[in-house]
Design a protein around this ligand. Structure first.
Ligand SMILES: *[C@@H]1O[C@H](CO)[C@@H](O)[C@H](O)[C@H]1NC(C)=O
Ligand SMILES: *[C@@H]1O[C@H](CO)[C@@H](O)[C@H](O)[C@H]1NC(C)=O
Ligand SMILES: *[C@@H]1O[C@H](CO)[C@@H](O)[C@H](O)[C@H]1NC(C)=O
Ligand SMILES: *[C@@H]1O[C@H](CO)[C@@H](O)[C@H](O)[C@H]1NC(C)=O
Ligand SMILES: *[C@@H]1O[C@H](CO)[C@@H](O)[C@H](O)[C@H]1NC(C)=O
Length: 438
């Protein structure tokens, strides 16, 4: 318009300066808005809640971020870089629900309930065949089915990877930065082992391997996603912020097993992590300091927390539909040991199990495990409970499971929760006072 106008130069100049001023005002306005929004976000932190990410600031910085930065950032988001975090809980365990809520709140995670399968929902007619009749308890069948329901949903919807947690999961309050560090090193590890995409049998998949080959052999040799003409000294596996854990490369990634098999323990990457206390953990002859190991899984015990891809979900659903001969963790373990499941794990685990201190009356109720199911009794009134003195001082009734020797948390969220929420308050001060009867 300015170019074709018949107006003299002065009008044009006036219009230009007017336009410039407009621009300047607009910039000032935008900056002020961002500033105000950001201040409000800080002030009203509680209102914006756990998922209140600093989105405005993010958009401005995105420009000079590398895919590596973005991947690490996504891996440290409120679902830890997964599509979702599901946790499986029995209806009666309100206590575990609360522990989960407090931990999620303090460490910034978004966790979705996934109903467990209760004993009264188990009918033999709806269970798969088994070559070992009578081996699985009802509790074990229900537990398997809760996981299988998630696998089934993943397969039906071909979902991106999800993280599955059991209800007694606990983690370090700094779990988000811990997962960011892990992400960077996990990609390094995949490069280091020349990982290739796993066989993906789903309809229309680009990673479908030739039917003439058994998937197992092909998985260990370069597959379609491997770019053999690329310079070998350059990473052939690249960061992908949309799928920061590169789920094409694995079936299962355990973040919270209680034991691991020795098979394939040499396929590993050890990295420094300042959030691991130096507990001198023994990793197959090597002493770990403030370090974590990412490894090819030999076969896990305990399904406390594991990520699963739709290929892994399909394999586990297939295997158990054919022969439900083991509890869920041993099914996973057997399929890893036979190297049919491409699985990785982390040690010390990022997520572990909690239980109650044994001396506050919860053992007497049968609250330490759900696998046996059935009715529970209340704590008898005459129970000896020496643990309360400690609870009053430490602010925690929770400990990590005693026999899992490889657990190493710097700040277990449940351990620091009282202090985070109530500061230096002493529990005993708010106890019932028999002297004032108040
Ligand atoms: C976290 O990142 C993953 C991967 O990019 C994404 O799928 C997921 O939706 C993100 N979570 C949230 C809460 O935005
Ligand atoms: C990965 O590939 C490179 C280049 O071909 C090779 O030198 C290296 O030994 C391979 N590493 C493993 C663990 O197979
Ligand atoms: C494979 O790597 C070469 C060399 O880095 C590159 O030119 C080519 O585009 C890559 N091919 C694919 C399919 O990524
Ligand atoms: C591979 O990369 C290295 C380092 O960037 C370079 O020196 C070398 O010439 C490359 N080799 C090939 C075959 O491209
Ligand atoms: C309370 O008990 C735990 C574990 O039983 C112990 O690690 C901790 O040091 C004790 N705390 C206090 C304040 O006594």
């Amino acid at each position: 318009m300015a170019n074709q106008g018949p107006s003299p130069g002065s009008i044009l100049a006036q219009w230009r300066s007017y336009r410039q001023m407009h621009r300047a005002l607009l910039v000032v306005f935008v900056i002020c808005t961002i500033f105000v929004l950001d201040r409000y976000r800080v002030t009203l932190g509680g209102t914006f809640g756990v998922s209140g990410e600093p989105r405005v600031v993010e958009v401005l910085e995105v420009v000079d971020r590398t895919p590596e930065d973005l991947s690490i950032e996504k891996a440290a988001n409120s679902t830890l870089g997964f599509h979702a975090i599901y946790y499986v809980n029995m209806k009666a365990r309100f206590d575990r629900e609360d522990a989960m809520a407090l931990q999620a709140y303090l460490s910034g995670l978004e966790i979705q309930d996934y109903p467990a399968v209760e004993a009264d929902q188990i009918d033999p007619v709806g269970m798969p065949p088994t070559h070992r009749p009578g081996v699985l308890k009802t509790g074990e069948r229900g537990c398997w089915r809760a996981h299988a329901n998630i696998w089934s949903e993943m397969v039906r919807k071909k979902l991106p990877p999800v993280l599955i947690m059991e209800s007694d999961a606990t983690w370090d309050i700094n779990v988000r930065p811990i997962m960011g560090d892990l992400n960077k090193n996990f990609i390094k590890f995949l490069n280091h082992i020349n990982s290739t995409a796993v066989h993906d049998p789903s309809y229309g998949s680009k990673n479908k391997l030739d039917n003439k080959h058994t998937p197992r052999t092909d998985i260990n040799t370069p597959a379609t996603s491997f770019n053999s003409s690329a310079n070998a000294t350059e990473p052939s596996i690249v960061y992908n912020p949309d799928d920061p854990w590169l789920s094409e490369h694995w079936d299962l990634f355990s973040l919270g097993q209680c034991f691991e098999h020795h098979q394939d323990n040499h396929i590993k990457l050890v990295y420094k992590d300042k959030h691991v206390p130096d507990r001198q953990i023994n990793y197959f002859g090597r002493t770990l300091g403030q370090e974590r190991v990412i490894r090819k899984s030999g076969g896990i015990t305990c399904t406390t927390a594991y990520a699963i891809s739709h290929t892994g979900a399909a394999k586990l659903l297939m295997r158990s539909a054919l022969d439900l001969d083991n509890p869920v963790d041993l099914l996973i373990r057997r399929l890893t040991l036979s190297r049919d499941l491409v699985a990785y794990s982390v040690m010390p685990p990022v997520i572990a199990q909690w239980e109650y201190r044994n001396d506050v009356g919860m053992g007497e109720r049968g609250a330490q495990s759900d696998i046996n199911g059935g009715k529970h009794k209340d704590t008898p009134e005459d129970t000896k409970m020496p643990g309360w003195a400690n609870v009053s001082e430490s602010g925690s009734v929770w400990v990590t499971k005693a026999h899992h020797r490889d657990v190493a948390f710097d700040k277990m969220t449940l351990d620091v929760a009282w202090k985070e929420i109530l500061g230096d308050a002493v529990l005993q001060k708010s106890w019932f006072n028999p002297e004032t009867n108040d």
